[in-house]
Design a protein around this ligand. Structure first.
Ligand code: FEO
Ligand code: CA
Ligand code: CA
Length: 652
């Protein structure tokens, strides 16, 4: 499609057209982006701030005679960085650890008490898993903010003697030597569904609830959608290619408006190796990064399916997005092959005007891609039968970010390239469409998608529909482009786009960089890209944006998983943290800082936005934390519950 055709495709309303600026306006943007104020592009890219929506506050239909000053979207004072082994939150807020790894979900039987990590597999299957990541709160009754299901991912375990400080067995650096140890690690993965409710103002777990459930790396699930049953998914145990045991490396998450949870399989490759003693990997296995020899997890020593020589197709059954019904403990999770197989970070949906469902996704690897799924069916509110399998049929696209009319202005236009064997000659080498989905990375390579700086979480603005994605870092980048403008990108950036015609099914979009993270403490020359964009200051500096999510008022919450050395390139950036941004003004303030050697990840709100749940993953991964239990206790991943002391909306 030519550029003029693409522009014809664009929305005709004034506000949407504003972000297609004149060439003159764009030319001054580079300077503004780096130095002055918050940059011109903020005002022209986004049509308006939700913070200006509260001008008529009374009950009558008439406009107020005086228009009050709009409240700022962000109401708290930003906090300094921290290097303490503790959590720190903005003044006026309280943050409390909740449901750490090993927390019992049942009051009797195996695992009903926490034994400091000495538990075996049978106990771990009934306790909260390890390395908390993506999270979502599902109210039991629509709109109820006092009781619901807290559903969260458990990304990984560090259990090998070669890994730094692996705590899974209660003592550091235990190498897996028994089947029960391997099975405990398998049980510490996956997802927890936890029934919680507020009792006298305090959140607690409802032990023995009919909803409490652990989904692990051994739970039976189905492969569904276009690739299900393909030869590449068949194994000795499953000659149909449709059923699989477990989900692994559950990183970020998504959820759907029809009440399901999406868990995203990221670095599944690390679980597949061989004891055969030679490198027998095929090209696809190499592209996805399977270990040539033994893995650090060691599961292949006890389960043949994790040995890629013995079971060459088992790894093809991981790297998917898995849909879970959290309200039915007996439901079978479904791996949705229509969404493609790669190292999934998270999944963010948007419903189009006609009910079309778009799901935006990132593949977290240096020089990998951003994807979009567009459903064939239409979402119908309240129609469970209609919505149940919407993620099984649709189109999968991969993104190409073009420089646009002006080179070097950190904005441009983009295309969604359809990954469809039948219509794209570049995919002629694939046996069928199932192989395109199973080896989506290779398909994206073939069509020339833009190689990004490790796409992590995607989030959709609740009012404008603009889509934001974190590029966490890419220190190995040597060739730059406009959306990934730095070689040796240590700090990361957040890129956003708006679909042409505000249509979720559009095949073109306009994009810009919302923030180029950087360190203006270390790099004081503001014309240098390493100092970051103008909305990065000595007060809010951070590296490696990862978790990302909007609240219902349109505040953008940013979490980091980066270098916490607080020295050198990272001087003054402290421990990993959570920040809040105003999408309209681009202002960013630090809200929360985690304990030593952790990452901050996962964002979930109660419907009233007055309780925020986030996760602390791998505190003390270098052996220097006792959080959250303190004293000489081993560190544990845990959820954090944050409330505002005046009972108000988080961030207001
Ligand atoms: Fe599991 Fe890309 O973070
Ligand atoms: Ca440009
Ligand atoms: Ca992440």
């Amino acid at each position: 499609m030519s550029k003029s055709e693409m522009l014809d495709d664009l929305p005709t309303n004034t506000s949407a057209n504003e972000h297609f600026q004149s060439v003159v306006e764009r030319a001054v943007n580079r300077r503004g982006f780096l130095k002055t104020g918050l940059g011109l592009s903020a005002a022209v890219f986004l049509s308006g701030s939700l913070s200006a929506c509260n001008s008529d506050n009374d009950d009558d239909d008439a406009p107020d005679s005086e228009t009050p000053e709009p409240r700022p979207l962000i109401g708290f004072t930003g906090i300094p960085t921290s290097t303490a082994d503790d959590i720190v939150v903005a003044a006026g807020y309280t943050a409390t650890a909740f449901a750490p790894w090993g927390t019992p979900l049942f009051s009797s039987g195996p695992g009903s008490t926490w034994a400091g990590g000495s538990e075996g597999a049978a106990e771990q299957m009934r306790q909260v898993g390890d390395n908390h990541d993506g999270i979502h709160f599902f109210p039991l009754v629509e709109g109820n903010s006092e009781e619901g299901l807290l559903v969260m991912n458990h990304e990984y375990t560090t259990t090998s003697g070669t890994a730094t400080y692996a705590w899974l067995f209660g003592t550091p650096n235990t190498t897996i030597t028994t089947a029960d140890q391997a099975n405990k690690a398998i049980a510490a993965h996956g997802v927890s569904v936890i029934h919680i409710r507020k009792n006298a103002g305090k959140w607690e777990i409802v032990l023995d609830s009919q909803y409490n459930r652990r989904i692990t790396a051994a739970t039976p699930m189905l492969l569904t959608g276009p690739a299900a049953g393909d030869d590449l998914l068949k194994t000795t145990v499953d000659p149909t290619g449709t059923s699989v045991f477990g989900t692994i490396n559950n990183c970020g998450n998504g959820f759907t408006p029809w009440g399901t949870y999406l868990t995203c399989e990221e670095n599944f490759n690390n679980y597949f190796g061989t004891t055969a003693g030679s490198d027998s990997r095929n090209a696809a296995q190499k592209r996805y990064g399977l270990s040539a020899g033994a893995t650090s997890y060691g599961w292949e020593l006890f389960h043949d399916r994790f040995d890629y020589v013995k079971e060459p197709n088992e790894s093809n059954r991981f790297g998917w997005i898995v849909e879970i019904d959290p309200f039915d403990r007996n439901s079978t999770p479904k791996k949705r092959t229509a969404l493609g197989r790669f190292k999934h970070e998270n999944a963010a949906y948007r419903i189009g005007a006609d009910g079309t469902v778009a799901v935006y996704m990132g593949d977290d690897q240096a020089n990998d891609y951003v994807y979009k799924f567009v459903s064939n069916g239409k979402y119908k509110a309240g129609d469970h039968r209609n919505n149940a399998n919407l993620l099984d049929s649709g189109k999968l696209y991969v993104a190409k970010f073009n420089a646009g009319a002006v080179a070097g202005d950190f904005m441009g236009d983009g295309e969604w390239i359809l990954l469809d064997k039948a219509s794209n000659a570049a995919l002629a080498g694939f046996a069928n469409q199932a192989e395109v989905l199973i080896n989506a990375r290779l398909a994206a390579d073939a069509v020339g998608a833009t190689k990004m700086d490790r796409p992590e979480w995607v989030a959709v603005h609740p009012a404008t529909g603009e889509v934001y994605v974190t590029m966490t870092n890419n220190s190995g980048r040597t060739t730059t482009d406009e959306a990934n403008p730095r070689a040796q990108n240590r700090y990361g950036q957040i890129v956003r786009w708006r679909e042409a015609g505000d249509d979720v099914a559009a095949t073109t979009f306009a994009w810009d960089i919302f923030v180029l993270a950087g360190n203006p403490i270390k790099y004081t020359d503001r014309s240098e890209l390493k100092s970051g964009s103008a909305n990065v200051t000595a007060e809010n500096t951070f590296n490696s944006p990862d978790g990302l999510g909007f609240d219902k008022d349109g505040r953008l919450w940013i979490q980091t998983d980066g270098n916490y050395s607080n020295t050198g390139e990272y001087e003054g950036q402290g421990n990993n943290q959570m920040l809040c941004a105003d999408p309209a003004t681009k202002e960013i303030r630090r809200f929360f800082v985690g304990p030593k050697e952790c990452e901050v990840t996962g964002i979930a709100f109660t419907p009233d936005s007055k309780t925020l749940f986030i996760n602390i993953q791998h505190p003390g991964e270098d052996g220097n934390s006792h959080w959250p239990d303190g004293g000489s206790a081993i560190p544990r991943s845990a959820t954090i519950i944050i409330t505002k002391d005046d009972g108000g909306v988080i961030g207001s």
